[in-house]
Ligand binder design. Structure first.
Ligand SMILES: CC(C)(COP(=O)(O)OP(=O)(O)OC[C@H]1O[C@@H](n2cnc3c(N)ncnc32)[C@H](O)[C@@H]1OP(=O)(O)O)[C@@H](O)C(=O)NCCC(=O)NCCS
Length: 255
């Protein structure tokens, strides 16, 4: 990689939209996080969609949407990731004060994972929120290491730490390292429901038995109903707040 990497918003570089969409981010097949953004968010809020280039090569992206929030954990969107998009659209059309930027995705192209880019990409998005003058910067974080513990309650999972005291989850660890603080949990952040035939194309599972099952890449179990020929997956998230100012009164306040 050449140095330094450069970051542009899609408002600055609309020509990079195809590259933004074509990045190969290692999401499991059943998570299709770009679809709603493509439909609405990217076009309505292009200035908050960032693409990272190494020279001329697109290597990562960071997506976010603005909404109104009063700073209280109790009033965060109850439906996590899905709820952020709904609320951003509602707040945008109602001309609410869009005082909060909410991160929705930080993704590194598979050719560039494991090189320490995630921290730089998320920091770029936080700095964008700061420069753009937002009051709050929040994220419904998908704890990516929870794929190893899909049946563990999220309350227990977030408490896990390594021997050195840092968070065991790699993505939560990055957030904490750059100053993020956990302020709430959501048990219903992203809902994916589909006929069993679709689930079979997404995974290698047969889905023949009614009940809970786990799938590769899932951070929660999938509920299968063989009689209805349907399965639903509801994943949790960890709400993290990043401070945008460095005043002494805010430092060390945590959440
Ligand atoms: C999660 C993701 C953003 C990490 O990006 P990355 O640039 O590959 O990660 P980094 O190289 O910066 O590593 C970040 C930390 O995760 C650890 N890590 C990296 N790959 C890992 C893996 N496969 N398993 C476990 N830990 C891993 C690193 O050791 C590092 O921790 P450390 O600094 O304490 O050593 C990237 O894999 C990705 O795009 N995943 C799909 C999208 C996603 O899940 N985004 C996050 C939620 S929106």
């Amino acid at each position: 990689m050449t140095d330094p990497i450069q970051t542009f918003s899609l408002a600055q570089r609309p020509d990079l939209l195809p590259a933004f969409l074509d990045l190969y981010i290692p999401w499991p097949a059943f998570i299709e996080p770009t679809r709603l953004l493509v439909e609405w968010g990217i076009h309505a809020h292009a200035e908050h969609q960032l693409i990272v280039l190494d020279g001329d090569t697109p290597i990562a992206r960071a997506a976010s949407l603005p909404l109104h929030w009063d700073g209280e954990a109790q009033t965060l969107p109850r439906r996590g990731w899905d709820g952020v998009i709904e609320q951003s659209a509602t707040d945008t059309y109602n001309r609410a004060e869009l005082n909060t930027l909410c991160a929705l995705e930080a993704g590194i192209d598979t050719g560039y994972t494991g090189r320490g880019l995630s921290q730089a990409v998320f920091t770029a998005l936080r700095d964008h929120a700061r420069t753009a003058g937002f009051e709050y910067f929040i994220a419904p974080v998908r704890p990516s290491g929870k794929t190893e513990f899909p049946e563990m309650p999220i309350e227990d999972y977030v408490e896990r730490r390594r021997d050195d005291g840092q968070r065991a989850d790699n993505w939560l660890r990055i957030h904490e390292r750059i100053g993020g603080r956990i302020i709430a949990l959501s048990h219903t952040s992203m809902t994916i429901s589909a006929p069993l035939a679709t689930w079979r194309t997404w995974t290698t599972q047969p889905f023949t038995t009614t009940g809970l099952t786990t799938v590769d890449g899932g951070i929660a179990p999938v509920y299968v109903n063989a009689d209805l020929d349907y399965a639903v997956y509801i994943e949790p998230n960890v709400w993290v707040r990043h401070r945008l100012t460095d005043t002494p009164a805010e430092e060390g306040q945590g959440s």
